[in-house]
Ligand binder design. Structure first.
Ligand SMILES: Nc1nc2c(c(=O)[nH]1)N[C@H]1C(S)=C(S)[C@@H](COP(=O)(O)O)O[C@H]1N2
Ligand SMILES: [Mo]
Length: 388
């Protein structure tokens, strides 16, 4: 009754998955697993899982995660205007605006500056269950933003640091019913304190190799702990200014409508996409002999994790185990929960994480009371499966 399918067939998707679902026992082996360990497939997956929807869009198959670092050729990827043509030898990073000495830095200039490594995993702010495939974790190398800014000499009046990608396109921008078509460059900004802190990195390598076009060749900004949108790829210019930057991807596109209680009254406001909101998601459930194991991932802003718990159906929350080897602050984190005595039939498994500040990953119901728009969807996501 149990049909095993190779991973390739599974990823090709539709037919195999639907066929297995129809058997009622969607279960198969992944090469990444221990001998005899098989995946119990979720019943909440779409009929067809397309990992590469376009040449420049890719999600990861979270069922297939086999180590803390996502290989560069599997890293999730997305952007608004495709991959700009950049001749890496002719490339220059421009630093302009309120600086004492404007800069034009080649990749060899940047690579000869002091470098550092950063293990950092992030998700797109639009990432959501059940797939959660717009998330990955990497080992990045680059130069601290601060090192470059110090070389340029930031002036006192500088408040806002704008990061422009080389990518752009024609966009319609609507204002009170009037539409203008203008050329938009991908741009995001950081405020002074963060820009001049030790945190942001101008990264040129991922997992020890030069960035591919997918991850922003030849240079990208990384803001540890933040969502994907601020991590500007194909970085071409840093412009330092006094005024707030209100470009499309800063001021309009990446906004969340949130409610907050202020003096006993709910105040609704649009907020910027910045730090990742604590999320755990269940990536797979496996079976070894008669035992089941739930494996999941935590995405977070670097605040240490206090606990992660799993519940089966409407049962009590049970402590899951964090992978103690994942000590890099901004890495994603793995957890497992050994599910003993799983009974045959349909079940839901749900996880929730709590950080040391006491923030508890909300239920979808609670989240939707304080959030209207769809970004930052960090709610608990119950997964459904059938135990044979
Ligand atoms: N230049 C540029 N940078 C960009 C974007 C873009 O469209 N252009 N998209 C952002 C968004 S929304 C995300 S989620 C991440 C994705 O990064 P990745 O492709 O390395 O996973 O890139 C960010 N940086
Ligand atoms: Mo994104």
């Amino acid at each position: 009754m149990v049909k095993e399918t190779s991973r390739r067939e599974v990823l090709k998707g539709g037919a195999a998955l639907a066929g297995l679902g129809a058997l009622g026992v969607p279960e198969w082996a992944f090469p990444a697993l221990a001998q005899g360990e098989t995946v119990v497939e979720f019943t909440d997956l779409p009929e067809e899982i397309v990992l590469e929807r376009a040449a420049d869009r890719r999600i990861i198959d979270v069922r297939d995660i086999d180590g803390p670092i996502t290989p560069a050729d599997k890293w999730f990827t997305t952007q608004h205007y495709g991959h700009p043509e950049i001749d890496v030898n002719a490339y220059r990073l421009r630093v302009s605006g309120l600086v004492d000495s404007p800069l034009d830095l080649s990749m060899s200039d940047l690579r000869s500056m002091p470098n550092r490594e950063l293990v950092f995993g992030f998700e797109c702010s639009g990432n959501r269950g059940p797939l959660n495939g717009l998330s990955s974790n990497g080992r990045w190398t680059g130069v601290s933003l601060r090192t470059v800014l110090e070389q340029a000499g930031v002036q006192d009046g500088a408040r806002e640091f704008v990061f422009f990608g080389a990518d752009h396109g024609e966009e319609e921008v609507e204002f009170r019913g009037r539409v203008s078509t203008v050329d938009q460059q991908y741009g995001r900004s950081l405020q002074r304190d963060l820009a001049l802190s030790d945190e942001p990195l101008l990264a040129y390598d991922l997992n020890g190799e030069a960035l591919s076009a997918h991850q922003g060749r030849p240079l990208r900004l990384l803001v540890p702990g933040w969502y994907g949108a601020p991590n500007v790829k194909f970085l071409s210019e840093i412009h330092v200014q006094e005024d707030q930057y209100l470009g499309k991807y800063q001021a309009r596109w990446y906004r969340t409508l949130k409610g907050e209680m202020v003096n006993g009254e709910m105040k609704w406001k649009e907020t910027a996409i910045t730090k990742m909101r604590l999320k755990s998601y269940i990536a797979r459930v496996t079976k070894v002999g008669s035992r089941h194991r739930v494996f999941g991932v935590i995405m977070h802003d670097g605040t240490p994790i206090q606990s992660v718990e799993v519940k089966v159906d409407d049962g009590p929350w049970q402590a899951a185990t964090l992978d103690a080897s994942m000590t890099d602050q901004y890495s994603w984190k793995f957890f497992t929960y050994d599910w003993d005595g799983a009974t045959p039939g349909e079940h839901t498994v749900t996880s929730r994480a709590t950080d040391v500040n006491g923030y508890v990953q909300p239920t979808a119901e609670d989240l939707n009371e304080v959030k209207q728009t769809f970004l930052e969807q960090n709610n608990q996501h119950p997964r459904t499966l059938i135990i044979a």
